[in-house]
Ligand binder design. Structure first.
Ligand code: NAD
Ligand code: WQD
Length: 337
């Protein structure tokens, strides 16, 4: 069993992954500045697992403090979730996004290098496939364009980590390209808790279901898709968390860099997600058709062969379970964590 540093471990995907790491018997050290999360998430990880872990409230940009974290703990590998992730906000605040995500990652790499830790699992995104590649997305496709600064931070960080590996063959890097993570832990104690008006489909529907928003705005019903709405590869956050366990095992035993898609390989439309949620909460939810959202594409789903081959991992859960678990969390926590 290993000692894993988890940056951004209080966030949505990080907190669920911490649960799975602890359940698998790993030790974890969590770093977060709570810029988009709450301390309550850490309490809930402990409540679910019955296990304790070290936590540092700090910003990964602070190299001295990050260096101290490595000096005080013998870290075998890092899972790097910490980053800002709102696509629209990144268009408004590109400098803040590039600084937090890219400089933050550079500081983390420096702290790792100073302490001889050379294994990292990075939270990348399907957004690196840009707008020109055909679906399903395969890891070998070109990834050098994006539609927004957030997406470019992922493209650039993938490049930086690839270059680090090329410069030093001792490094081991896993670039995990997540598709659309939704759902929640089965306990109903952990889930997605966005600040303000949700940007993403699933938490928006959840807020309509608890009466916080009047209706779902469907961004376009004239795409070239079966029902005219955008198609995405939604993946249960617990499946995603499990993918990280595989990636950690992989970087502990291999060197070099691998990009791996974490998706289900199955596309679902906006109406598919809405109907699954309606089934879970037992009533119809109001929606209105709105114009397309800038930067959206019609189709996005993964080819999942490489995850199966390299990690022996496949997603287990379908849309119904994602909706049931997401609703269970929202109904138990209507005001979030
Ligand atoms: P999140 O916002 O819930 O979690 C990110 C965490 O990082 C938060 O707890 C935040 O407080 C922390 N953080 C941000 N900047 C930090 C800094 N400078 N120092 C310390 N902590 C910092 O987001 P999430 O949905 O859990 O996403 C985790 C990662 O996965 C992100 O890198 C995101 O870009 C990536 N990702 C997310 C999705 C998605 O749809 N949720 C899809 C693809 C990739
Ligand atoms: C899904 C579908 C919308 C909200 C984003 C990022 C991506 C990744 C995952 C981090 C689309 C439609 C949405 C709403 C709607 N994140 N929609 N009404 O855009 O696929 O991906 O999150 O890396 O980089 O871009 O996810 O949940 O915003 O949208 O109709 O209120 O739902 O048009 O078809 P998206 P999403």
């Amino acid at each position: 069993m290993a000692n894993i540093l988890v940056t951004g471990g209080a966030g949505f995907i990080g907190s669920h992954t911490c649960v799975e790491l602890l359940n698998a018997g790993h030790d974890i050290v969590v770093v977060d500045n709570f810029s988009n999360s709450k301390p309550e998430a850490l309490k809930r990880i402990k409540a679910i697992t019955g296990k304790d872990f070290k936590f540092y409230e700090l910003d990964i940009l602070e190299l001295d403090k990050m260096d101290k974290v490595f000096k005080e703990n013998s870290i075998d590998a890092v899972i790097h979730f910490a980053g800002l992730k709102a696509v629209g906000e990144s268009v408004e605040k590109p400098v803040e996004y590039y600084h937090n995500n890219i400089t933050g990652t550079l500081m983390l790499i420096k702290a790792m290098r100073q302490n001889g830790c050379k294994r990292i699992v990075f939270s990348s995104s399907a957004t690196v496939y840009g707008v020109d590649n055909p679906v399903p997305y395969v890891e070998t496709m070109p990834t050098h364009t994006s539609t927004n600064p957030y997406g470019y931070t992922k493209v650039m960080i993938e490049q930086i980590l690839t270059d680090v590996c090329a410069s030093d063959p001792e490094w081991s890097v896993s670039l995990l390209r997540y598709f659309n993570p939704i759902g929640a832990h089965k306990s109903g104690l952990l889930g997605e808790d966005p600040n303000g008006i949700p940007n993403n489909l699933f938490p928006y529907i959840a807020q309509v279901a608890v009466g916080k928003r009047e209706f779902l705005g469907v961004f376009g019903n004239d795409y070239d898709t079966p029902d005219g709405t955008g198609v995405r590869d939604y993946i249960h956050v617990m499946d995603l968390a499990n993918g990280h366990l595989c990636a950690v095992d992989y970087v502990l035993e291999h060197k070099g860099v691998e990009a791996v898609n974490l998706g289900t390989g199955k596309g679902s439309s906006v109406f598919d997600v809405l109907h699954a949620f309606e089934k879970a909460c037992g009533r119809e939810l109001p929606y209105r058709i709105l114009p397309r959202r800038a930067g959206d594409i019609a189709w996005c789903y993964a080819n999942t062969d490489k995850a199966k081959e390299v990690f022996g991992w496949t997603a287990k859960y379908g849309l119904d379970e994602m909706a049931e678990d997401g609703w269970n969390f929202t109904k138990n926590n209507p005001d979030g964590l």
